[in-house]
Design a protein. Structure first.
Lengths: 397, 316
């Protein structure tokens, strides 16, 4: 198949997957008696109608892209990090503690320091799962899910106890939140009247860093090798376990930074419910973006739109905002199902032949070794299978 | 409160707590024995809990109300099996990576249950649920009767299913097929066992069990539905299968251990022992990690092809 044919084929698969996901969503929308067309229209276009909406999409895309970048590092290295939610919370705790304690420091020092503290908090939490996997063979999906629940409880404990704003005790309202960050720790707002903040540049900059790390450095190559085929990588001298831990440390650090940027740029204090499912949406963003920074940035904007749009459907189309979870789950299932077709040269080849026939063009000659290049399997001896005894039992069955 | 009644209280609480974990983990045992790692268990439980909750919620006060719980249970089993088949379509037919597909199914289940719940029910509402059914005679036995024979019927069912699942898995032709497709699908295939079909059947059964586990939570344990009702129990059930070394009896031991930890946590709070609430809630999750770290050698006895899709045209 030529290059443009391949592209068209892949595009067709992606469109089919998107249609399948929207189909599942449509069933649920029909079940709640909503106008399906209107609900989708609200989700996909309503946020784009004014400046506030557009900036809010970007505000959501910033933590999403950071989390997705971290998840892409982990997935590429062969470790499934489901724990971004917990890593983000630990990052928020470390970041806010640093920002509050360092209030006296000048801004150019305090802001990077607080963000790095957030990264460290997330890295520790991710690193636990990495070490457990590398040293003790603990399934990382299960351990990161459990660490999410543990982090959520720890976060609540600190916000209701040691880190609670003393003002809340004085006034007696008892809202579980920390004191407001010192001004010197804030990320500046870019457009007055909106919440768009300088974290955008951090996200874009780190996307470039991740690209260079994974595709232009030896360490990145080793991580990807460990993820693609651990046995082969080990044979080539890559210390697979070490790179698993490094990947989880980095992955956690990105989730922690996402949390740090979110509180320094948007909320300016640690509050409850801050992660808002970003950790899980980040997984969808990473997959949707093809585990590549160049795909993750647009994907994070798309899911920022989806999150905001889903909030709006509640008001405008009477569809609960949980709808966004339905779409995310359906999108994951559709993407992982579609991958089978994208990576399968046999299916790909068959389809391209059918297309070529359809448009009256001569089909390209079958590549040697492909099923089409073989004569009828009942003919013997079979030249295609010569020298490979034992592979013919499928054909002769 | 003296020490004796404190321990007794934990045991009485712990047994019914274990049922949701046990039902889901028994189903997951079959899945994993067939080579499929179903992390969507959590999402299927959420859906099961939600659909089981609907009949008693809408039929309260009508003459048919006595049958509402039964209808709810059947609904949960059917919906669970259908979601299991959906998962099979993705991971068996389309050969998608199972870990991430499971997370997708979990989000889908959470999302659908949450969306429909907000729309049709609104807020947290209780239902009458399934009442306790003390077994005549046996429940009068001092101490033991209270611990074992003074629960709702689903508790007895769950524990009766342990030997049933053991028998099915190790003593029936179908169980042998399940273990074969999970351990050496290529050999099973060459002997004419339809690998994909057996995996579909295993996932349908596993899904039905997860649905029933969810129904137990909403109808018998909490007697209500809420968005976070499942609270990671689906994932804990998956971990329990590792802990129980893919054996229904081991899984039961694990489920009891966890529920006793949970009962201990509740008893500590009730007894007024000064201990931060959040740390008590963390306990079962920490325990899962510790247990997983301790059972790593168990791989030897388990299904060796766990998590790997089978492609009969693949060259080896």
């Amino acid at each position: 198949m030529n290059k443009s044919g391949k592209l068209a084929y892949n595009a067709a698969i992606v469109i089919a997957a998107a249609a399948a996901a929207m189909g599942i969503g449509a069933i649920v929308l029909a079940a709640v008696g909503a106008d399906i067309g209107k609900a989708y229209a609200v989700i996909l276009t309503e946020p784009l109608k004014d400046m506030i909406g557009i900036t809010e999409i970007v505000v959501r895309a910033v933590p999403l892209s950071l989390i997705a970048l971290g998840i892409a590092i982990a997935f590429r290295s062969g470790i499934l990090n489901i724990g971004a939610e917990g890593q983000m919370l630990m990052g928020i705790l470390a970041c806010s503690a640093t920002a509050i304690a360092g209030a006296a420091l000048p801004k150019p020092i305090l802001v990077p320091l607080a963000i790095l503290a957030g990264a460290a908090g997330g890295a520790v939490w991710g690193g636990i799962a990495g070490v457990l996997r590398a040293k003790l063979g603990v399934n990382e999906i299960l351990s990161t899910v459990m660490l999410n629940y543990i982090a959520a409880q720890f976060y609540t404990f600190l916000l209701r106890g040691p880190m609670m704003d003393p003002e809340e005790l004085v006034t007696g309202s008892g809202t579980p939140q920390t004191v407001r960050m010192p001004r010197s720790a804030w990320l500046d707002r870019l457009i007055p009247g909106t919440r768009l903040h300088t974290g955008v540049f951090i996200a874009i900059g780190l996307a470039i860093v991740v690209f260079f790390l994974l595709w232009r450095t030896t360490a990145g190559f080793r991580m990807r090798a460990a993820g693609a085929e651990a046995k082969a990588a080990r044979y080539a001298g890559v210390k697979v376990e070490r790179y698993l831990v490094i990947a989880m440390l980095l992955s956690g650090a990105f989730a922690g930074m996402a949390g740090a940027v979110e509180i320094l740029g948007v909320h300016r204090r640690a509050i409850e419910g801050i992660s808002g499912g970003y950790g899980f949406t980040g997984i969808v963003v990473a997959l949707f973006g093809g585990l590549h920074p160049a795909g993750i940035i647009p994907a994070s904007l798309f899911f920022g739109l989806l999150l905001l749009g889903a909030d709006m459907t509640q008001r405008l189309a009477d569809v609960p905002a949980n709808m966004v979870l339905v779409l995310q789950g359906a999108i994951i299932l559709a993407i992982v199902s579609a991958r089978q077709f994208i990576n399968n040269p046999y299916v790909q080849d068959k389809l391209s032949r059918a297309l070529a026939k359809l448009f009256g063009r001569a089909a390209p000659p079958a590549p040697p070794g492909s099923i089409e290049a073989c004569p009828d399997p009942s003919d013997s001896p079979d030249p295609c299978l010569a020298g490979e005894p034992g592979v013919s039992e499928e054909e002769t069955r | 409160m003296n020490a004796g009644s404190f321990v007794l209280n934990i045991l009485i609480l712990g047994v019914p707590f274990s049922v949701a974990l046990l039902l889901a983990a028994l189903g997951e045992t079959i899945n994993q024995r067939a080579g499929i790692f179903n992390l969507g268990c959590e999402g299927i439980m959420a859906m099961g809990a939600f659909v089981a909750f609907l009949p008693p919620f809408f039929m309260a006060g009508t003459p048919q109300a006595p049958f509402a719980n039964l209808i709810g249970l059947v609904l949960a089993i059917v919906v669970g099996a259908l979601l299991g088949i959906l998962f099979a379509l993705v991971v068996v037919t389309f050969r998608a990576p199972q870990g991430i597909a499971g997370i997708g199914l979990q989000m889908l289940g959470w999302g659908v249950a949450g969306t429909l719940f907000r729309h049709y029910v609104g807020g947290v509402t209780g239902v009458a649920g399934i009442a306790a059914f003390p077994i005549p005679g046996l429940s009068r036995i001092p101490v033991l009767g209270q611990i074992l024979f003074n629960h709702n019927p689903l508790v007895y069912l769950a524990f009766l299913l342990v030997p049933v699942f053991w028998y099915v898995l190790f003593k029936t032709p179908w169980g042998l097929k399940v273990r074969a497709v999970g351990t050496y699908p290529r050999a099973a295939d060459s002997l004419g066992i339809p690998v994909a079909r057996v995996r579909y059947q295993a996932l349908a059964l596993g899904g039905a069990m997860a649905g029933l586990a969810g129904a137990y939570l909403s109808l018998a344990q909490a007697k209500m539905f809420a968005d976070d009702l499942i609270a990671g129990r689906g994932f804990i059930a998956v971990a329990l299968v590792y802990f129980g070394r893919w054996n229904p009896v081991g899984v039961m031991v694990g489920a009891l251990l966890f529920s006793l930890a949970q009962a201990l946590q509740l008893s500590i709070q009730v007894a007024g022992i000064d201990f931060p609430y959040e740390f008590a809630v963390m306990l079962p999750y920490v325990l899962v990690i510790v247990v997983l770290a301790l059972v790593r050698k168990a791989r030897m006895v388990g299904p060796t092809e766990l998590g790997k899709p089978f492609d009969r045209e693949q060259r080896v």
